[in-house]
Design a protein around this ligand. Structure first.
Ligand code: SF4
Length: 335
């Protein structure tokens, strides 16, 4: 049986685990003992949206449950083929803000840096699924262009490491990028947007924490969790390492039909995050990317959910409901 021959994620370091991602429907079905009658449709959808997930994320799923809320985020089952009006390949029109390779400069005072072009998992709702990562894969010279770009604009105070997933970068180049940015006097804050603490917690190494703790920047990490089931003991351990390194932890979630579109699930998520030292920050309406329309929740339902959360939770546990509108000057709050 494959479960006996493959190592568990506890036996792998993070780079080994990245090299041993599950990337076929068969492997996922076998690991999770899923009903084989769904395999054919998974295959068809996999051609459009490839399966890619970590052993750590799989370990947080329920075996045998095709409706597991974590599995549904990574296993395409045919809905990817649905075409719906209003959905496009590039809903946020990020190309128009991709000022130089590796930089998305959209909002005042901060830039987003595509520090890595890979993710540890493929999320079925990802708005960046059609992003031109090839054009944003950086050579050493292009990294220098980025530092020059940021250095030449003193209105930029904050750099946001994004991707892909920026924590897919190994420790040494990550530390180098932080050190180079520290030479730019007007940068005071570093923000890291990453799903890796949730799906590959072994990535939170001592070296990474040392780099961030010793940086002159104020550091925030915005993790990405959609369901309390993702907050496993191993994830909590990784998050504790980050808080011990004085990193402010925030979470953003995407509101996803069939996964977290009810008040009980969102309440459990907020409580689990807070217990792990993470403040609920944003709850995003789905970005209308082709292939993800089956996850869409309309604004009225979303507002009802936030009302229910507000009535049952302390205010600081209620994430801000927001939507990203191309060319708006910030995320747009939904009230
Ligand atoms: S981790 Fe983030 S960037 Fe990567 S596929 Fe998921 S949503 Fe997209």
């Amino acid at each position: 049986m494959i479960q006996r021959t493959l190592p568990t994620c506890q036996e792998l370091d993070w780079q080994d685990e990245l090299r041993q991602l599950i990337t076929t429907p068969e492997a996922l079905f076998e690991r999770l003992c899923l009903p084989s009658r769904y395999l054919d449709q998974a295959h068809k959808a996999h051609a459009l949206f490839p399966v890619r997930t970590t052993l750590s994320f799989i370990n947080a799923m329920q075996k045998g449950d095709i409706n597991d809320p974590l599995l549904k985020q990574v296993l395409p089952l045919g809905e990817e083929l649905i075409q719906k009006k209003g959905f496009t390949d590039t809903p946020l029109e990020e190309d128009s803000f991709n000022t130089i390779p590796g930089i998305i400069h959209k909002y005042h005072g901060r830039v987003l840096l595509i520090a890595a072009t890979q993710c540890a998992i493929n999320c079925r709702y990802c708005f960046r699924r059609n992003f031109d990562y090839t054009a944003n894969t950086l050579s050493k010279a292009q990294w220098q262009d980025i530092f020059n770009y940021i250095n030449s604009d003193s209105s930029i105070e904050e750099v946001i490491f994004s991707g892909g997933d920026p924590l897919a970068m190994p420790d040494a180049p990550f530390a180098w990028a932080v050190t180079e940015l520290e030479k730019i006097p007007h940068i005071t804050r570093l923000r890291i947007h990453s799903r890796i603490p949730i799906v590959l917690p072994s990535r939170i190494t001592k070296t990474l924490c040392h780099t961030l703790r010793n940086s002159r920047f104020d550091v925030a990490m915005v993790i990405h969790s959609n369901h309390a089931q993702e907050i496993t003991p191993t994830v909590i351990e990784a998050l504790n390492k980050l808080t011990s390194a004085n990193i402010v932890l925030l979470n953003q979630s995407v509101l996803l039909k069939g996964i977290n579109d009810n008040a009980a699930t969102l309440t459990a998520l907020s409580k689990a995050l807070f217990s792990a030292g993470v403040m609920p920050y944003y709850l995003h309406l789905l970005d209308k990317v082709n292939g993800a329309s089956h996850f869409d929740i309309n604004k009225t339902q979303a507002k009802q959910l936030i009302t229910a959360l507000t009535e049952s939770l302390s205010g600081y546990l209620v994430p801000k409901l927001v939507q990203e509108i191309p060319h708006a000057k910030s995320k747009t709050p939904i009230r």
